[in-house]
Structure formats: C-alpha cells, structure tokens
Ligand binder design. Sequence first.
Ligand code: PEP
Ligand code: MN
Length: 292
Amino acid sequence: MESTDYNDPAMMGGSSIPVRVNRKSKPEPTFVKVNEILVGSSEVVIIAGPCSVENREQLMETAKAVKSAGGVILRGGAFKPRSSPYNFQGLGEEGLKLLMEARKETGLPIVTEVMDTRLVELVAGYADILQIGSRNMQNYPLLKEVGMLRKPVLLKRGMMASIEEFLLAAEYILNQGNDQVILCERGIRTFEPSTRNTLDLSAVPMLKHLTHLPVIVDPSHGTGHRWMVPSMAKAAVAAGADGLIMEVHYKPEEALCDGQQSLSPDEFTRLMADLKKIAQAVGRELCQYEIA
Ligand code: PEP
Ligand code: MN
C-alpha cells in the first residue's frame, strides 16, 4: 500500500506496513474475541498466571488468586522455550490438561504457547488463545499454521524485531485468513544490562497508529524484575495498551521459571487496584468479565 503522507512514520526509513494489518486498509479497530472478552475495545484486558505450569497445586492456587484479583484470562506455559536445554522445559500435554482443569475451576480462558508446527493441533485443542513466543516471531511455517486456525493468536514481538518486522509477522497470520491476532510488546534487546530487556513502550502508540490490531504489553519479560512490573504495567495502560500479560506465582520464590519477575498474589492484587485508576484516568475501564 502506497502512502503519500510524508509525516507518516510508515514512510520513514523505507519501512512499509503490509496491507492486511495496515490501519489504512481497515481504520476501525479489530476486536479479538475470547469468549465474552473483546481485546482491543475500550476495556483493558488483564492476563496473568505463572510463567510455566509446574503442578496442580501451583496452577490452581495461582489461577484462583488471579481470578480473585480481577484477572480475566489465565496464562501458563506447558511447552517452554528455555534458553538452556538443561532447564525445566514444561510439562507438555500434562500441563495443557492442568490448564483445562484450571479453566473449569475458575472459568478463566487460557493462553498458552505453541512452539512447533507439529503441535499446533494439539495445543489448539486445549487453548483459548495460542501464544507465539518472542523466539518464534519469525518462524514463518508456524505463523502460517496458526493463521489457518480460527482461534485467537497472541503474537509476541521478537526480541530483535523492528516494528515493521513485527507487523510483517502478523501479516503472515492474517494472510491465511485469521485476523484474530493480539500484538504483544515484551521488550527488546539493547545495550542495557540492568533490565532483562528494554521495554519499548513507544511501540504501543506506534503500533496503534500503524495497525488496527490490539496491542498489549508484557512488563514481566520486559523488565525481568518483580519490583519494576507495577510501574511499567501502569505506564503501559497510560500509553494506551489494550491489555497486559503478567507473570504471577503463588510462591514466586519457589517458581521453576522466572520467579524473579513474577508477582505474588498480594502484589498483583495491589497492582490491579492501581490499574483500575490509571485506566479510568485515560477514559477506559478494566475488563471485568463475569464468568457465567
Ligand atoms: C512467556 O511469555 O512465557 C515467554 C517465554 O515470553 P517471550 O516469548 O516473550 O520470551
Ligand atoms: Mn516467563
């Protein structure tokens, strides 16, 4: 799609925004529908849960805490993309089954990662939203495979990906006929070692400007520090994010994965009260999906 607006960032640096994700070809926002929840509407959607599913008690206790604090979607990895092959890789299908139990118990829809084209069908059989992780943002066969589903996809920004590359990755999914894509800013690699990643909050207004797809933020992977998560979560909502995905663990100090960036149930509950105020200050509300 050609633009003649030379103030348009899509024209800068020679970048071009592909047609299907481009706001110019669809000015109205796309709502990603997860049961009764509309991601991308005026309501800010809070997704929370453990980095990985570890066992029944950990998942159930964490899921109940997420629900009682007002979270509306439960996250939890069953297949984990760990940097080291010697670290906990997730429970696999057993983890998916536990996620189903947690959904039954709490009514919260589930988002979980799929890493492998061979497992898309399996994971889609359990999950309400399929997550494509940062490390797989440019796994084009995987993007095409989830594009063939008629199920929401949560696409995380690659840790080295430009906005243009991120949108091109989303375009792969839309190009297969699936427009139910949520974009997630989760921090990019920079020269700064004090945080795990550099959370690019400027990506929120930029993406909202360039595309009709909903944009959420992950302040957990974006900072790597539990104590920083509330500040960046609030800043993300103030910047116009349509939702947040955060790591919460019933006992963060015992977590098998990412405990250092996971909020305790108390911390999450306090944060939710603040987020409600921030959302209202920017003319929005927190999504309060009441499960039938
Ligand atoms: C995750 O959300 O558990 C995860 C692994 O995130 P990312 O792909 O952003 O590193
Ligand atoms: Mn994690």
